[in-house]
Each structure stands twice: as C-alpha cells, then as structure tokens.
Design a binder for this molecule. Structure first.
Ligand SMILES: Cc1ncc(COP(=O)(O)O)c(C=O)c1O
Length: 386
C-alpha cells in the first residue's frame, strides 16, 4: 500500500527538533518559522511538555468519554482563566475542523436555523460544514455543497446587516485573523459592529481561533484585540503543541443536552495532559505578552528590510504578534524557496507570493535576528539572479 498522494511535499525529512530548530535526516539544521503550520506553540521537545506527556502515558493514555476524567475539568478551568472566558464551557475534539463543525452544529441546534454567513478568503477546515464555510471551491465536493452558506467580503458590515436582517441565519463564522488566505485581520470596528449585529438579530457569532489563538497574536485570542466576546470560540493547532486536540468554547447561553455532541478520542487523557502542559508553560513563561513584544520586534525588523529595498521587494507586512504575513512583489516569489533550500528556514506560504511567519511562541530574540539576517540574504540572492 502507498500513502494517498494529496500533499505537496518539501524534499526534507525532519527527524529531530528542539525549541525553534529542526534537524533533517542528514543532520542539516533549520530555523522553524512555520511551527508545522502554527501548531508548535511552546517549542519543539519542550522538557516540561514532554515530561507531562510521558508521566501521563505511564499512568493512563486513553479512556472513552463514558467515564469521569478530571483532566478535562482541569483543562477547562485553566483555559477559562487564561483566556478570560471563565463562565464558558469546553467541548473537546481532535482537530480544528471538528471544533468548527461542532460550533456550527451547536449554533444550528440553538437557533433552529441552518444558514451560515462566512467571509471571502475563509478557511475553516475540511469536514462537511467546515469546508462549506471555507472559501476554496476546489476543496468542496458536490457532497458538501448542499449547505446554506453566503460569503461576504471581510469587513463588509453593510452586507452583514443586510443578510442578517433576513432572519434566516444560525451563525456568522469569522477567523480571528485569516491565516490560509494570507494574514488578513478583520478591522476592529468591523468586529465590534459584527458583535452588536449578531446579538441584535439573535445570530450566533463563532470566532475561529484555530490558527490565531493560544497567544499567537499577543492576546490569548486574536479577537480580543477588539474587546468583543464571541458566543463560540474554536481552537486547535497551538492547543496541544502537536498532540491532536481541538476545543469548542461555548457561551453559557447554550444548553447542553446529553448526546447532542460526542467523540471517541476527543478529550482523552494524553490530549488533556498535552493541553494542560501547554497552558502551564504559556502562563508561567508569559508567552502571550512576549508574543506581542517579539512580534513587534520582528515587524520592525521586517520594516527595516523593506526600507533597505526601496525598489519594491516587499509590498506589504501584515499581522499581529507572531502571526505575520509578508507579501512579496511578483519578482521575489522565489525568496521563500531560497529561505528553505539555501538559508535553511521553514516558513509558511499563502497564494504564491505571501510568506507566513508562525514561529513557536518560545522563539528567542537571537532567532528573530537570525531570521531577519537570512531573510535579507535570501532577498539579495534573488536580486543577484535577476
Ligand atoms: C483558521 C483555521 N480553521 C480551521 C482549520 C482546520 O484545522 P484542522 O486542519 O486541524 O482540521 C485551520 C487549519 O489550517 C485553520 O487555519
């Protein structure tokens, strides 16, 4: 049997990692400014994280959701405290798509309606409902296409008012910062209005923080830059630092009915141990606050690189904290490949010309400097080749 060939693969095989560094099977060291797609929050092979997982593994790795599991309560309480959503409840699953699927179902159960408003450029996952509210037609099969979904441009508040006034909507779903689209943050004024309008119309506001959450942007959740509260918040990626876990964080206005949601693996003992370890490290090391500081430092450095190349190498720098998009002009698309193959730096991409920077939150100031040095070197290499 072969693996089903759906991924575009880099010809690199990491076998070991520590902090913000990764080594391939030939011993070549890479700087990790991708974090395995924003997943590595507290650093690769974090000793406290590893210790907690090993300890749990030796006690009990899994039992189903038909027995008491106090690790779930511990995780929920800690997450409530760290995120400022103390009076909300937590439903645990295994991925971002599942977290969103459950959020959409819950909104539909609650309102008795089925239509959802989503935004251009959105990515919410690949399960049936999550992919239907994702704005990438090529990953939507005919089977997924029966959902009632309307897409608007991000920040189009007049469109939101118009749509919600029809009374047909169960939910609006929006990313804290759009990641896959190329790092586009909703305007603060838009989120404030969106919160007001959804409340007024009795529509559930779902904030997808799967990529932008867990301290990455300098607040625990990216939407907290705008001061709003969502009705449901979804999390995954950084939540388990690589251990699969997803969370749907649910306002007290929703009533839990036994059997309305469920999962075999979600909230298992190992996943909870991983997620508790992540939160302990985030709290003890002040990683939310430090993401803001490190992100501001990185952005200043990128701005210097932009200024050093007034011939228009970089067209825009966007994002918050350690979730940054650098849009390269058309002649400099090759910078990302140069970073990988010459400068040995992993980065994320979006479209063909956006470099996404999503390093572990534990990245050091020296590593930020090293990245900036290698980034400028990659630009100069591409310049020489023109
Ligand atoms: C904002 C957002 N939501 C949901 C998902 C889906 O998460 P998963 O791949 O864990 O299902 C992603 C994945 O990239 C994402 O970026």
């Amino acid at each position: 049997m072969n693996t089903f060939d759906v991924y575009k693969l880099w010809p690199i095989e990491p076998v070991r990692a520590k902090g913000c560094r990764v080594w391939d099977k030939d011993g070549v060291e890479y700087l990790d400014f991708y974090g395995g797609h924003a997943v590595i929050s507290v650093g690769h092979s974090n000793p406290k994280y590893n210790g907690k997982l090993i300890n749990q593994l030796e006690k009990l790795s899994f039992y189903s959701n038909s027995v008491l599991n106090s690790l779930q309560q511990e995780l929920a309480q800690r997450l409530g405290r760290v995120s400022g959503y103390e009076d909300y409840s937590l439903f645990l699953s295994n991925s971002g798509a599942e977290a969103n699927e459950n959020a959409l179902k819950l909104a539909s159960f609650h309102t008795g309606k089925s239509k959802v408003l989503a935004f251009r450029g959105a990515f919410h996952g690949r399960t049936s409902g999550a992919v239907a509210v994702t704005d990438i037609p090529k990953i939507m099969s005919p089977f997924n296409s029966f959902h009632k979904v309307e897409f608007l441009q991000l920040n189009d508040i007049e469109g939101v008012k118009r749509e919600l006034s029809t009374g047909e909507y169960a939910a609006v779903i929006v990313e804290g910062i759009q990641g896959v689209a190329g790092i586009y943050a909703p305007e603060i004024s838009f989120l404030k209005m969106l919160s007001q309008e959804t409340k007024r119309e009795g529509v559930v506001l779902i904030l997808d923080e799967v990529q932008s959450g867990y301290g990455r942007t300098g607040k625990f959740f990216a939407h907290q830059h705008s001061g709003i509260k969502a009705d449901i918040i979804t999390t995954a990626k950084g939540m388990g630092n690589g251990f699969p876990i997803g969370g749907t964080i649910i306002s007290p206005m929703f009533e839990a009915v036994q059997g309305m949601m469920g999962t075999t693996f979600g909230g298992n003992h190992l996943a909870c141990a991983a997620a508790i370890a992540v939160l302990e490290i985030i709290e003890n090391e002040g990683l939310v606050e430090s993401s803001a500081l490190k992100g501001a430092y990185l952005k200043r450095g990128l701005k210097r690189v932009l200024d050093n190349h007034p011939d228009g190498v970089i067209s825009e720098i966007r994002g918050e904290g350690l979730m940054i998009g650098v849009e390269m002009s058309a002649n400099y698309i090759a910078v990302r490949d140069n970073l990988l193959f010459d400068q040995r730096v992993f980065t994320g991409g979006a479209k063909s010309n956006i470099i996404r920077l999503l390093p572990p939150l534990t990245v050091t100031m020296e590593e930020l400097d090293l990245f900036l040095f290698r980034f400028e070197k990659a630009i100069n290499k591409i310049k020489e080749s023109h």
